[in-house]
Design a protein around this ligand. Structure first.
Ligand code: ZN
Ligand code: ZN
Length: 443
């Protein structure tokens, strides 16, 4: 596979003399495989220059994989020339939530008020596909998708071709920074962080969000990005070979990005890791050798990533909390996801509601005023003879200053995930939608 960076900047384009080396355009990465399959990862402002090059060249068949639809990942879409070139054929993929959201969202940014051209003006043959977690085959590339942790439903993409592996994981926040202050590559305590590492396993190249450092992360917690030290930890734990730091903060000029790279390299050296750490830079080309011809990559096994409308439909969430203000807040956030909310305040009412309403997810406050604390409810659920209750995903709600021991206890009691208060509506929406789609896919 041949990888070329067209946009590496996070959040907003930042052209100018201070960003010449690492680039000012937002997310866009071109991937070509040995049989000529063309995949474009994200469609930020970097897609403009790529589109100019592609419009008059072959192949005219391409696949555009969007991680999520925040502006910095789709602003190049209305300026991507192949979409306006007759004879081209493009398939556009992005995480699906409810209904035909992808087309609506892309049409939204091209509405009359914002754009002189609309979605109807595309002259190429363009198809839209909504994705969930699973696998997909595009030409000789096997692709696996997995949700990332971001305040919008976001997918990471793992591409495998003839023994070469590339992982694209941007706009992702660690599920927890615990254990804090630990040495590089210390074992992770959150099952979702361990799942993330498995997604990166053995990759020849990982392109990973590294917008922050541990020092500036606290001011940006909940914004959905990774401190470089953690990106390095993940890559080391996954035994990846190379790590391209990506989604550079728009506040960092080239020398500041160099300092982030130095921090990452020092982190790898600390544990004697051979991991190569560098900053993804606009225009950079990386060849990933394909050692096995016509291999059968692991990415081709498993459930299809294409989202069926049956899975994307209505869903229920059970909220177990005795704070009416918080429950109303959560209900409001989830309404926009088309989620029906059931309420309970103690162990008995929670089990009854779970049995009757068959929710796809439980949100559980760890500290309840009544006799049952959150962990008791969690343990009771896991011991329930009804398998739907025993394996119901439980997202626990904790105080902002959660201690590591509290998390270890919660996971030991059977919790699946956690969110800290105050609850950020965008984060709760994307996290709940991700868990509901996973739960629906299991049925
Ligand atoms: Zn972004
Ligand atoms: Zn984003």
């Amino acid at each position: 596979m041949r990888v070329r960076f067209w946009g590496t900047r996070g959040s907003i384009a930042k052209p100018g003399p201070a960003t010449l080396r690492h680039g000012g355009n937002t997310s866009c990465v071109e991937v070509r495989s040995s049989d000529g399959t063309l995949v474009v990862l994200d469609c930020g402002t970097g897609a403009h220059a790529l589109g100019r090059e592609l419009a008059h060249r072959s192949p005219t068949r391409g696949h555009l994989l969007i991680g999520h639809t925040h502006w910095d990942h789709i602003q190049g879409f209305p300026f991507f020339e192949p979409l306006f070139t007759p004879g081209h054929h493009w398939s556009v993929y992005a995480p699906g939530g409810r209904g035909r959201q992808l087309e609506e969202t892309l049409a939204g940014q091209m509405a009359y008020e914002y754009s002189p051209i609309d979605l109807e003006s595309l002259r190429a043959r363009v198809e839209f596909h909504e994705l969930t977690e699973g696998t997909l085959e595009l030409g000789d590339i096997g692709i696996r998708t997995q949700y990332l942790n971001h305040p919008a439903l976001t997918l990471g993409y793992r591409l495998e071709c003839n023994g070469a592996t590339l992982v694209y994981a941007t706009d992702h926040e660690p599920h927890t920074l615990h254990p804090e202050g630990a040495a590089a590559a210390t074992a992770l305590i959150h099952p979702e962080d361990r799942r993330h590492v498995r997604f990166l396993e053995g990759a020849d190249l990982v392109i990973h969000d590294a917008q922050y450092t541990l020092a500036d992360f606290p001011a940006h917690a909940g914004w959905g990005h990774t401190p470089v030290e953690r990106a390095v930890d993940y890559a080391i734990l996954a035994r990846a070979k190379r790590l391209a730091l990506f989604h550079h903060d728009p506040k960092r000029h080239d020398e500041a990005v160099d300092r982030v790279v130095a921090t990452g390299q020092a982190r790898a050296r600390e544990v004697g890791s051979p991991l190569e750490v560098f900053a993804a830079s606009e225009g950079q080309v990386i060849e990933l050798p394909e050692p096995v011809s016509q291999g059968r990559p692991a990415s081709r096994r498993g459930r299809s990533a294409l989202l069926s409308q049956a899975v994307a439909g209505a869903a229920r969430v059970l909220i177990v909390d005795d704070d009416p203000v918080l429950v109303t807040e959560l209900e409001k956030a989830l309404e926009s996801e088309g989620v029906r909310v059931e309420r309970a305040t103690d162990c008995e009412s929670a089990r009854r509601a779970a049995r009757e309403a068959r929710p796809g997810l439980m949100l559980l406050d760890l500290r309840l005023a009544g006799p049952d604390d959150g962990l008791d409810i969690c343990r009771a659920l896991r011991a329930d003879p009804d398998p739907a209750l025993a394996r119901l995903p439980v997202l626990v709600l904790t105080g902002a200053r959660v201690k590591e021991s509290d998390l270890v206890d919660a996971f030991a009691a059977g919790a699946t995930d956690y969110l800290t208060k105050p609850i950020k509506p965008t984060l709760v929406r994307s996290r709940v939608r991700g868990w509901l789609l996973r739960a629906a896919a299991r049925v």
